[in-house]
Design a protein around this ligand. Structure first.
Ligand SMILES: NC(=O)C[C@H](N)C(=O)O
Length: 493
């Protein structure tokens, strides 16, 4: 059977359970697709032998009637997740050759549920970036193209998004610190959900900014996101911020009924220079939800404009602390030393060689804002702003708002090279609609809702109340159905 790689996760699950198809067949179809897609540079470490071994084990489980939903499903894992015995580099030169002896909790949960890892996916170095261009492996390429121009798949989970959009895997893991799941999803016509902070364990995921980082699924449909998220959630005593809360059956919540829900439209997200197509799509999204029986309410989140500067103080501050561990002693790369070099030169040379320019920039910014003379002026201030942003959301939710609708990104996918060489702040502006959600610890989902005039996908974002991913997925599912986005990129790779 050909084209099995094009199935949705839900269809594949149903067909596996019905005995229509085997995990080995699904896995082989994905491995063929991956081998034919080197130009996309999405998979940076392929594990075909391991995948086939796991697929056979999954088939055995399914035939015994012991089949959790993810059993036998071929997936890609972002290079930020530590995977036992398999290269895990966070797309950084400093982790070259690192093969963890342990598995991250989330990828371990997927493995234990029978999911089949096909390999590791490209990303921005240490998840710092919005275009995948800071990767030590070179950037992944968006399967969507216009006028023969290569486009970014977004970042940092750009390899995950490209792989799902190009049907190289049925679904992938991503992580999101300031938009890294939702922006690439929007750029590639795929679905990505960042759950509430604390929903998915961070244990074994290379840390960027620990108070913001969350894992989540990247999938072809909202239903697939519900199924995969279920398998990624749960309490983990190894992560002190992991929530000890029951995980609802997300898929069963996709009832299609959102009558009476109150959807907020925040006026501060109407930013200067927003492309008219994005403004129009946003308005259409609101109309679709209204037509489905929701009430659309204008709301205000007054501190929104301070979110981006606060994020780009807090995230680098935490990164500078987290990345201090890469010193040439414990992990990966160590610089060659000259005669007479001491430990200080070893640190300096190793870190100068091992980290790329964006990572170095963030370590320097982070160190600066945490330094004794500037701590109050920058870091503490940013933390206060963060509290105000969270309070904005608390207020609208207390007023009865169930979810908030915004654009996912301020533009469609841009050309590779277009922003990488510009002022870094231009790149940071990509996160204008997404960082508030991380700062407030809320769940947010991006889903494809239309095409721009050039034929590129555009995404909308829904932001939910804390711990209400099920309700958020329900609303997203209705919006997905109404938007009827079915386009796929034309194959050129
Ligand atoms: N990690 C993320 O969520 C991506 C964000 N654009 C950043 O560079 O911080």
């Amino acid at each position: 059977m050909s084209d099995l790689n094009k199935l949705t996760l839900a269809d594949a699950r149903d067909r596996l359970r019905a005995g229509d198809v085997t995990s080995v067949e699904l896995t082989e179809a994905c491995l063929r697709a991956i081998d034919g897609a080197d130009q996309l540079n999405a998979f940076v470490h392929k594990t075909p032998d391991l995948a086939l071994e796991r697929a056979k084990a999954a088939d055995a489980r399914i035939s015994e009637g012991d089949a959790p939903a993810m059993c036998g499903i071929p997936v890609g894992i972002k290079d930020l997740f530590c995977t036992e015995g398999v290269a895990s580099q966070a797309a950084s030169g400093i982790l070259k050759g690192f093969r963890p002896e342990y598995e991250s909790t989330v990828s371990g949960q997927l493995r234990d549920a029978g999911a089949v890892m096909l390999g590791k996916l490209n990303m921005d170095e240490f998840a710092m970036g919005s275009s995948n261009e800071t990767s030590v492996y070179g950037n992944a390429v968006n399967p969507w193209k216009v006028d023969g121009r290569d486009l970014t798949p977004g970042g940092s989970s750009g390899g995950s998004a490209a792989a799902v959009a190009a049907d190289l895997c049925l679904a992938a893991t991503g992580t999101d610190t300031g938009g890294s799941i939702r922006q690439p999803a929007a750029f590639t016509g795929t679905v990505g959900i960042k759950p509430t902070y604390g929903r998915c364990s961070r244990w074994g995921i290379v840390a960027f900014a620990s108070s913001l980082d969350q894992a989540g699924p990247m999938t072809k449909t909202v239903r697939d996101a519900a199924i995969m998220l279920q398998a990624m959630c749960g309490h983990d005593p190894k992560d002190s911020t992991s929530a000890d809360l029951p995980v609802p059956d997300f898929e069963s919540m996709l009832t299609g009924d959102i009558r009476g829900k109150k959807i907020g439209i925040p006026r501060e997200y109407q930013i200067d220079g927003m492309p008219t197509e994005i403004a129009a799509l946003w308005a259409q999204g609101a109309d679709m939800l209204r037509d489905a029986g929701a009430e659309i309410v204008d709301i205000s989140l007054p501190h929104t404009k301070y979110a981006l500067p606060a994020y780009y103080v807090i995230a680098p501050a935490e990164a500078s602390s987290n990345l201090a561990r890469y010193d040439g002693v414990r992990y990966g790369h160590r610089a060659k030393l000259a005669a007479g070099d001491g430990i200080t030169q070893m640190y300096e040379k190793t870190r100068a060689e091992g980290f790329g320019a964006e990572v170095q920039r963030r370590v320097m910014i982070g160190t600066y804002v945490l330094s004794a003379g500037f701590y109050d002026a920058y870091y503490n201030r940013a933390r206060k702003v963060r509290s105000l942003i969270k309070r904005d959301f608390d207020t609208v939710f207390a007023d009865g708002i169930d979810a908030i609708l915004t654009p996912a990104t301020p533009s469609a996918a841009f050309g590779l090279g277009e922003m990488a060489n510009a002022d870094p702040v231009q790149m940071y502006l990509n996160d204008v609609f997404t960082v508030t959600v991380n700062l407030a610890g809320l769940p947010g989902i991006a889903l494809p809702a239309g095409l721009d005039a050039q034929g590129l996908p555009l995404g909308l974002q829904l932001i939910g109340r804390p711990w209400e991913e099920g309700e958020l997925l329900k609303t997203a599912h209705v919006l997905e159905g109404a938007a009827g986005f079915v386009s796929k990129p034309a194959k050129w790779w």
